[in-house]
Design a protein around this ligand. Structure first.
Ligand code: Z5A
Length: 206
């Protein structure tokens, strides 16, 4: 069983990834929690490349780097864990590339990119994806404290239109893959969101 969490930066998905992973562990599941890009030696090195503000990365190269990190993560960690009966909770998965590089950067046709991602993961896809949805300005406000403290990473230098396009791309993905997606209102209190997600996840794992 694979769960993924999606949404624009600052939507609160990492908070919810931790909550769901805890609930699953308490219920006795063997849980692998991973983030993208990252989760493997190669993936963490690619993450450093992608987020480093000193690097000028072409949009197509960016898309391929996110995809390369994902291919490694799927083969090295996700597939073995699922095969041994465990549950995987992903902080982002291939929908991030479709939304950010397809919708935000407009690097390639979204339908083509979606299809390409199925090849990157050799057909592995989440059983459930939670889209934590917040308005772009709410997300920006939430991130402002961290940005003031540590500065923006390379991806966070994009302008507001990029975030709006990315957010809209997520909405289209959630419509297109409605069976897999559940959209949650990320402006609600953390505990309420966690409860709604657990109620759905519990059903799915039973
Ligand atoms: N990216 C891409 O372009 N293509 C891809 O294929 C992939 C990724 C895989 C990864 O950055 C960047 O790479 C990201 C997308 C891009 N870039 N951008 N820009 P990352 O891994 O460093 O970060 P992230 O995944 O985007 O987000 P994050 O920093 O982990 O934040 P979050 O998961 O959205 O939110 P959070 O950490 O749970 O919460 C943010 C703040 O809000 C924090 O202060 C919380 O306490 C607060 N919070 C959380 N929930 C609530 C609620 N419900 N109410 C009020 N406040 C809340």
């Amino acid at each position: 069983m694979i769960f993924s969490f999606e949404g624009i930066d600052g939507c609160g998905k990492t908070t919810q990834v931790a909550r769901l992973a805890e609930r699953l562990e308490d219920a006795g599941y063997d849980v692998l929690r991973v983030r993208e890009p990252g989760g493997t030696d190669l993936g963490e090195a690619v993450r450093d490349l992608l987020l480093d503000t000193r690097r000028d990365i072409h949009d197509m190269a960016e898309m391929l780097l996110f995809s390369a990190a994902r291919a490694q993560l799927v083969t090295e960690r996700i597939v073995p864990h699922v095969q041994s009966g465990g549950v995987v909770v992903c902080d982002r998965f291939f929908d991030s590339t479709v939304a950010y590089q397809g919708g935000g950067r407009r690097v390639a046709d979204v339908a083509w990119l979606y299809d390409f991602q199925r090849r990157v993961t050799a057909g592995v896809e989440p059983d459930r994806t939670y889209l934590v949805r917040v308005p772009v300005d709410v997300a920006a406000t939430r991130l402002s404290g961290r940005i003031a403290a540590t500065g923006r990473d390379r991806m966070e230098h994009a302008d507001r239109d990029f975030w709006v396009r990315t957010s809209e791309a997520y909405d289209r993905l959630a419509e297109r893959a409605a069976q897999r997606y559940r959209v949650v209102d990320g402006t609600r209190p953390v505990d309420d969101i966690a409860r709604a997600i657990w109620s759905d996840a519990k059903e799915l794992t039973n």
